[in-house]
Design a protein around this ligand. Structure first.
Ligand SMILES: [Zn+2]
Length: 376
């Protein structure tokens, strides 16, 4: 990997931390909505790690982790021992950050974390657009930024928050291969990604099972695009609940990032111990699931808390009417059909038909190395 790195107006200088901006969405009132970029480059050559945050504008912990990793003005960043380059983007969504909203107002509600470029495939048209769907200005910005990630990126970690009070964890995405001849390469990528996840040290939750992953455009998330288009190790981290910063989780993530740099040969020394974060004890792999769902609209009282382990058949919530009278058979009890643990309780008490009441991690024995489906 070349030692000469530039992203927007930020140009790496060996032994220094440099700052700049990447040109963002052009604004009707003039200028653009720039994306801030920080580059820390060691004096020795080595790989390039990207750390991106706050693509959802009301999720602040990614930015907080980057600030903490740097310290004020960069004083805490382990620059002296660094081999290679760390590129940090404190927010991929400045408009959402300013307005405390998940999506930027100019993307009209669409999830910005589904707008990165789709995979290139040997035997398929790789275009992310059709005649009916032209790219939005934000998609164009992310496409240009992705070119920089592909040009100068060996690994990427994208930082997020989940629901109020939720656990911190890292997502393990499925990896798709393009025909049998591609399987070995995909398997190698998965092994590298698993090593990077282990080095980071947070609890691991598998992403949606494969068909749903593509349907939900998760392959076009920041980490999904790096995995599937650039085909380099990448994952998403959830740093507890949104709209605030859990400082213990923030500090654990900073340690985890330094440990990833050690794993990648970018920093010397043995891994540091992570500050304590909650770790539910289950002895099987898990995947994310929003479950159970309310059969009809009503008021929900949760009967389990974040971090609790759960067993199939256990009552996890009660559905009532506005006066607290149970709705439905079984005294309004909603039961889980899975073993696992509670990642977070969906917010509030007021639920509409089919709204999920819990964010769960449930037993998952599925193979996350899968061929692209025929219809994709
Ligand atoms: Zn998010």
């Amino acid at each position: 990997m070349s030692h000469s790195v530039h992203v927007g107006t930020a140009t790496a200088v060996p032994g220094q931390i440099t700052y700049g901006v990447f040109e963002g969405v052009p604004l009707p009132t003039g200028g653009t909505d720039p994306i801030p970029v920080i580059i820390a480059q060691g004096k020795k050559e080595g790989p390039t790690l990207w750390i991106t945050g706050s693509i959802h504008g009301n999720e602040y912990s990614g930015m907080a982790v980057i600030h903490r990793l740097l310290g004020p003005g960069g004083v805490d960043f382990p620059l002296a021992g660094l081999a290679g380059t760390v590129i940090m983007v404190p927010t991929l969504n400045p408009a959402g950050l300013r307005t405390e909203a998940r999506s930027p107002y100019y993307s009209h509600g669409s999830d910005p974390n589904r707008l990165f470029p789709a995979p290139r495939r040997a035997n398929k048209n790789s275009s992310t657009t059709t005649e009916d769907s032209v790219p939005t200005p934000l998609e164009r910005v992310y496409e240009r930024l992705f070119e920089r990630i592909e040009a100068h990126g060996d690994f990427l970690i994208d930082l997020h928050n989940a629901v109020i009070g939720s656990l911190a964890f890292a997502f393990r995405d499925p990896i798709y291969y393009d025909g049998p001849e591609d399987r070995a390469a995909a398997q190698k990528l998965q092994a590298q990604n698993d090593q990077m996840l282990a080095a980071f040290g947070f609890p691991i939750i598998n992403e949606f099972p494969s068909a749903e992953y593509l349907k939900k455009n998760l392959h076009r998330s920041v980490s999904g695009a790096v995995l599937h288009r650039a085909r380099r190790p990448a994952f998403t981290v959830e740093l507890g609940g949104y709209l605030h910063v859990d400082t213990r989780v923030r500090d654990a993530a900073v340690t985890g990032l330094r440990n990833v740099m050690r794993w990648a040969g970018m920093l010397p020394g043995e891994p540091e111990a992570l500050p304590d974060i909650p770790r539910p004890r289950v002895n099987f792999p898990v995947r994310r699931l929003m479950h159970p769902r309310v059969p009809t609209s009503g008021i929900v009282t949760h009967l389990v808390d974040t971090g609790d382990t759960i067993r199939t058949g256990q009552a996890v919530a009660r559905l009532t009417d506005i006066c607290g009278r149970p709705i439905g058979p079984d005294g309004g009890l909603l039961r889980t059909e899975f073993d696992g643990y509670v990642v977070g309780r969906m917010q509030g008490m007021v639920y509409y038909e089919n709204d999920p009441v819990l964010w769960l991690a449930v037993r998952d024995d599925s193979d996350l190395l899968v061929p692209y489906p025929d219809d994709y």
